[in-house]
Design a protein around this ligand. Structure first.
Ligand SMILES: *Cc1c(COP(=O)(O)O)cnc(C)c1O
Length: 401
């Protein structure tokens, strides 16, 4: 994160803790991932969970501008939020929905994933009752081994027949999801893919055209060999690694930088206890800097006493417990620090001393997905283009600049 950009972010008043999202990085990442795929492969940008904490509307617009054909969300509400922002691209709701959401999903022209015949019937009942002019777009989800959501392989032809009977639904796609694509072994993914390929053959043999076929998340897309007609990319779009075994490709970089500022500096004396429970005690004279971020911001309590924090280009360390709204960082006495100094909690670790989201995730015994998607709504998002702030989103509402 360059100094001029940070200075520009700082010219806007508000709480010191901010998530800075570089929309150019989103676009570059998309192009870098596309560059590893067959040229004909379509790109579905997965922007569920507020684009893994990065801001769904801004990320969706950037992804579409960079050539994504479709978007994916987890819930109907998330899809509605994108429509409200004026986005007209196809939006697939990946997960199961409640029957009570069918009406709003149809009105907003969201594409629904169906995995059992009961939901197809419920959608048909709605379509008939509402006398819809346009059919409701659906993709059939096939459970090829993850046992989460979808039709079992032997149920797919019957389900597809139910979808294509009558005119209220339109079969626009068939897809599956891999359970182990980010693991070192390739075999479980190859096995799931083989099951899926058999299902596609059965569909075609039954005279059913599956529409757009898609199987790969980021990890499977980067492994290669599983692209099909479209890839569904989440984590790599944000410039983060799918796992410790599968890295985001060359040319990608983390889009998010989580920053704050020092709000108090105190000299600790030997024996001083820090934060709740005094789980850290100073061994001798040292410095403590107060940073206004806590677990209610998504800076997890599991980072207590273990996480590095970058202040003035050096690595400080969390001292004592992370509180709900505040955290204390410590360093040796001679470390340069003053109230107002810039703090970087996570971002591009190629920058001097900045912790990566992977590093924080490992220390909190979780994955980078959970860290970024857990960054709370109360942390304002600052959106960048060409190193300049082009949008701010905070609890007071979106302010276009
Ligand atoms: C979240 C999700 C994705 C994206 O996964 P990444 O690992 O973030 O690329 C793709 N497909 C489905 C069904 C998902 O739920």
């Amino acid at each position: 994160m360059n100094a001029e950009t940070l200075a520009e972010v700082r010219r806007y008043p508000g709480r010191a803790t901010r998530a800075i999202i570089d929309l150019d990085a989103i676009e570059q990442n998309l192009r870098a991932i596309k560059g590893t795929c067959q040229p004909s492969t379509q790109f579905m940008a997965v922007v569920k969970a507020n684009a893994y904490g990065h801001g769904a509307v801004h990320v969706a617009l950037a992804a579409l501008a960079a050539g994504a054909e479709q978007l994916a969300v987890a819930t109907v509400d998330e899809g509605c939020a994108l429509r409200r922002a004026g986005i007209v691209a196809p939006i697939l709701v990946l997960g199961p929905i409640d029957d009570s959401e069918i009406a709003i999903a149809a009105e907003r022209r969201l594409t629904l994933a169906v995995g059992h015949v009961e939901s197809v019937c419920a959608i048909q009942v709605h379509a008939d009752r509402a006398s819809l002019i346009n059919p409701i777009s659906v993709h059939i989800k096939v459970d090829t081994g993850m046992r989460r959501f979808g039709a079992l392989p032997e149920q797919v032809v019957a389900l597809a027949t139910a979808v294509t009977t009558g005119s209220s639904l339109r079969l626009d796609g068939v897809f599956t999801h891999f359970a182990c694509a980010d693991e070192p072994e390739a075999e479980p993914t190859a096995d799931q893919y083989a099951v899926f390929a058999r299902v596609l053959n059965e569909l075609r043999a039954a005279g059913i055209e599956p529409g757009l076929v898609h199987v790969a998340n980021s990890a499977a897309a980067l492994r290669g060999g599983y692209e099909a007609g479209m890839i569904r990319v989440g984590i790599a779009l944000y410039g983060l690694n799918p796992s410790s075994h599968i890295a985001a490709p060359q040319g990608t970089r983390p889009a998010m930088t989580l920053v704050s500022r020092v709000q108090r500096v105190v000299e600790l004396r030997a024996g001083d206890g820090v934060s709740y429970g005094a789980t850290y005690r100073a061994a001798g004279k040292e410095l403590a800097a107060l940073v206004p971020i806590g677990y209610a911001d998504g800076y997890r309590r599991a980072l207590s006493n273990v996480a590095p924090i970058s202040i003035n280009g050096r690595r400080w360390k969390v001292r004592g417990r992370v509180c709900m709204d505040q955290t204390i960082a410590g360093a040796e006495l001679k470390s340069p620090v003053a109230i107002g100094d810039e703090v970087i909690l996570a971002g591009d670790s190629r920058d001097d001393s900045v912790p990566s989201f992977d590093e924080l995730a490992a220390l909190a015994h979780t994955i980078n997905y959970e860290i970024t998607s857990g960054i709370a709504a109360r942390v304002p998002r600052f959106y960048l283009r060409s190193g300049h702030v082009v949008g701010i989103e905070d609890l007071s509402g979106y302010r276009a600049l």
